[in-house]
Each structure stands twice: as structure tokens, then as C-alpha cells.
Design a protein around this ligand. Structure first.
Ligand code: IDP
Ligand code: MG
Length: 141
């Protein structure tokens, strides 16, 4: 089993799409291991997206990610990282495959509804950024 981090971004909650996204996650065979709604500070968003610090869209990305609450979740599945990226679709919804969350629901390249870790190593880092060990234990039998 592998784990990945999913985020329902502020546009997702503002547009009342969180239920639909979570339905797709469950229908996709993922186990939701941990989940919570939080409001990111600019500092938290900045650290989370540190890899994009030099990109022209970085300030706009921090504005967006802090404009409202997000839902962060840890998803588990055999091939969780790749499988969640596949369900999300490409960053740019215009280029995302049919039936993906971003193709069906996203308004633009920046406001694209969901986040997913892009490698198992980043998944571990991102999960640890948002969830403590005891929060991750809550779903264990
Ligand atoms: P990803 O979310 O598909 O992994 P990344 O390249 O890691 O895509 O970019 C992180 C986030 O930054 C994207 O999901 C999107 O919200 C935003 N973003 C990426 N590229 C652009 C861009 O060219 N213009 C505006 N926003 C962008
Ligand atoms: Mg990324």
C-alpha cells in the first residue's frame, strides 16, 4: 500500500465541489486515512509550494491557496501517487484527459480544484507537513 496527499483547494470548497471530489476518490478505490479542513496561512502555503518559489505564478498561487479553507486528506491505495494524479488530470484543465476531476470541474490552470503529490518521496514529505503521527493512527484498526 502507498499513501499520497490530496488537497481540495479553496475553489473546490467555495464552489461546493468537495463532496463530488470525495465521491470520486472513494469510487476510485482509495481509502481515506486522514482528513481535515484548515485555512492555510501565507507562510504555510509558501512552504508547501517552496519548489515553485521562483515561478512567475508563485504570488498568485499563494493568494489563491489562502483565499479560503481547504480540505487536506491522506489517501491510500496500491499505486496511490500515480493513481490520484491520474484521477486529478493534468495541471491545465484544457489538457486534462476526459473524465478527470480537473477536466470536468476546473476553471483554469491556476484554479484547478485539487492537489496531489507527484512522487512517493514528496507524498511522505507533504503528509508529514499536514498530519501528525497520532492523526495518521486514527484510521488504523
Ligand atoms: P500540479 O498541481 O499539477 O502538480 P504544479 O506544476 O506543481 O502542478 O503547480 C502547482 C500549482 O500551481 C498548480 O496546481 C496550479 O494551481 C498553479 N500553477 C501551475 N502552473 C501555473 C501557471 O502557469 N499559471 C498559474 N498557475 C499555475
Ligand atoms: Mg505539483
Amino acid at each position: 500500500m502507498q499513501r499520497t496527499l490530496a488537497i481540495c483547494k479553496p475553489d473546490c470548497l467555495a464552489r461546493s465541489l468537495a463532496g463530488q471530489v470525495l465521491s470520486r476518490i472513494e469510487a476510485g478505490g482509495f481509502r481515506i486515512v486522514a482528513m481535515k479542513m484548515i485555512r492555510l496561512t501565507r507562510s504555510q502555503a509558501g512552504h508547501f509550494y517552496d519548489v515553485h518559489r521562483e515561478k512567475p505564478f508563485y504570488p498568485e498561487l499563494l493568494d489563491f491557496m489562502t483565499e479560503g479553507p481547504v480540505v487536506v486528506a491522506v489517501l491510500e491505495k496500491g499505486d496511490a501517487v500515480e493513481s490520484w494524479r491520474a484521477l486529478m488530470g493534468a495541471t491545465n484543465p484544457a489538457q486534462a484527459a476526459e473524465g478527470t476531476i480537473r477536466r470536468d470541474l476546473a476553471e483554469s490552470m491556476s484554479r484547478n480544484v485539487v492537489h496531489g503529490s507527484d512522487s512517493p518521496e514528496n507524498a511522505r514529505r507533504e503528509i508529514a507537513f499536514f498530519f501528525s503521527e497520532s492523526e495518521l493512527l486514527a484510521a488504523e484498526k
